[in-house]
Structure formats: structure tokens, C-alpha cells
Design a protein around this ligand. Structure first.
Ligand SMILES: [Zn+2]
Length: 73
């Protein structure tokens, strides 16, 4: 069973409720969006948690340790 903070974070990611630059812009904040990890793309929910090259390396490490074969969509 996952800890509550992991469940809550997972729920926020799935619901796109994390305060990414994209979400802040939708709420009216004026931000020059750039991913803080790779500095190569806009900071969107999908980029930050799925497609960022830094995040991809973390997912690869996690799936390798867990012995899971995973191809990123
Ligand atoms: Zn990135």
C-alpha cells in the first residue's frame, strides 16, 4: 500500500492539478514557461511527468529497478 502523500501526488498528476506553469497560466499568472528540468520545452503536466528527458531517465531507472518493461507512449 502506497503512503498517503504518494496517493495524493498521483491523484494530482492524474487530475492535472499540479501547479505547473501551464496551470498557473490558465489561472491568469503571466509566466515565461520553460521546463525547469531540461529548459527545452514548455512546462506542461504531460511534459513534466512523462516526456521530459530528465523525467524519462527517472522512469527508466525506476522501471529497471522494478524489473518492468515499459515503453513510454
Ligand atoms: Zn523538461
Amino acid at each position: 500500500m502506497a503512503p498517503n502523500k504518494v496517493k495524493c501526488f498521483t491523484w494530482q498528476v492524474a487530475r492535472k492539478a499540479c501547479l505547473t506553469h501551464e496551470a498557473l497560466q490558465k489561472r491568469g499568472s503571466i509566466i515565461a514557461s520553460r521546463c525547469l528540468l531540461c529548459k527545452e520545452a514548455l512546462e506542461t503536466n504531460k511534459h513534466l511527468f512523462m516526456h521530459c528527458k530528465v523525467t524519462t531517465q527517472v522512469w527508466a531507472m525506476f522501471t529497471s529497478i522494478a524489473g518492468i518493461n515499459w515503453i513510454m507512449p
